[in-house]
Design a protein around this ligand. Structure first.
Ligand code: ATR
Length: 276
């Protein structure tokens, strides 16, 4: 029987137990997945407890994605690049850290738009927090011709891209510059918390001139229809809602732990109904 969990603070309202319990059922595996609320000062004790219990794996959420690093025996190269871990797996008696957030975003885009040609596409990432960094690196791994980053504070955007600007694949833009160039992009990903407030009209930038071929994404999934996505729809662009990223980052973690691929198509529909 598998034993999984998610640690965070808070963690009680996490969707992960519901998602992973469904995955276990879909994969016809027996196991348990629990939300485990750990006070920030108790992280070290909690990790010792997980080792003693021989947990097969656990997810890591706010505020532990970076704090977990010193407790791991190994970190995969993509998670190391991002400097944050959201999935830990017990492999040959050792804790190995992974990050499936950005790749979960890419998979949700692929599932929704299977014919989208990543390598031919130009992307714009809006924001420069942890989520932006994961998505930025996941899009680079898809070998897109261009992955630009825009943020209110451009210095922060410079930090997340490291040395990629020198390779010509990435440009850091001010919000105003990004608005002026918006028609260039095939994928536009909004990663900031702006838009999370119910009924807010606030948007980081305007989408005037967006291409009708573009896929406009908001990783915020509550509210489901953010003002940003409503504008994208009004302007005739394609949209991608944020709940898919949450579901597919979980699917990728589940696959690391069990080696079983989950399709999650039906679950995505149910999840959409819940958050709508
Ligand atoms: P995460 O939760 O992904 O780690 P974060 O570190 O909280 O994110 O970062 C929040 C992001 O939202 C940042 O890009 C931030 O811009 P700054 O770097 O300029 O602070 C952006 N953000 C938050 N409020 C914003 C606002 N009102 N207008 C524009 N950007 C905003």
């Amino acid at each position: 029987k598998y034993l999984f969990g998610v640690i965070g603070y808070p963690a009680k309202h996490s969707k992960s137990p519901w998602i992973h319990t469904n995955f276990l059922e879909e994969a016809q595996l027996e196991g348990l997945y629990r939300a485990i609320e750990v006070k920030p000062d108790d992280l070290s004790e909690a990790i010792k407890g997980f080792k003693a219990l021989e947990m097969d794996g656990f997810n890591v959420t706010v505020p532990f994605k970076e704090a977990i690093l010193p407790y791991l025996d190994e970190i995969d190269s993509y998670a190391a690049k991002i400097g944050a871990v959201n999935t830990v797996a017990l492999e040959n008696g050792k804790w190995k850290g992974y990050n499936t957030d950005g790749k979960g975003f890419v998979r949700s885009l692929r599932e929704a738009y299977p014919s989208f040609d990543f390598p031919a596409g130009k992307a714009l990432v809006i924001g420069a927090g942890g989520a932006a960094k994961g998505i930025y690196h996941a899009l680079l791994e898809e070998e897109m011709v261009q992955v630009d980053v825009t943020n209110r504070t451009t210095e922060k955007a410079m930090k997340i891209i490291g040395n990629h600007a020198h390779e010509g694949q990435t440009h850091v833009l001010s919000l105003q510059e990004a608005e002026e160039k918006i028609s260039d992009y095939d994928v536009i990903v909004q990663t900031t918390s702006v838009g999370m407030v119910p009924n807010t009209k606030d948007q980081v930038l305007s989408l005037a001139g967006v291409s009708s071929h573009a896929i406009v994404c908001d990783i915020v999934y509550k509210p489901f229809h953010t003002s940003f996505l409503l504008e994208a729809e009004q302007r005739g662009a394609n949209v991608l809602h944020g709940h898919g990223m949450l579901l597919y980052q979980a699917a990728l973690a589940f696959e690391i732990w069990t080696g079983k691929r989950v399709e999650a198509t039906q679950l995505l529909k149910e999840f959409e109904q819940q958050v709508k």
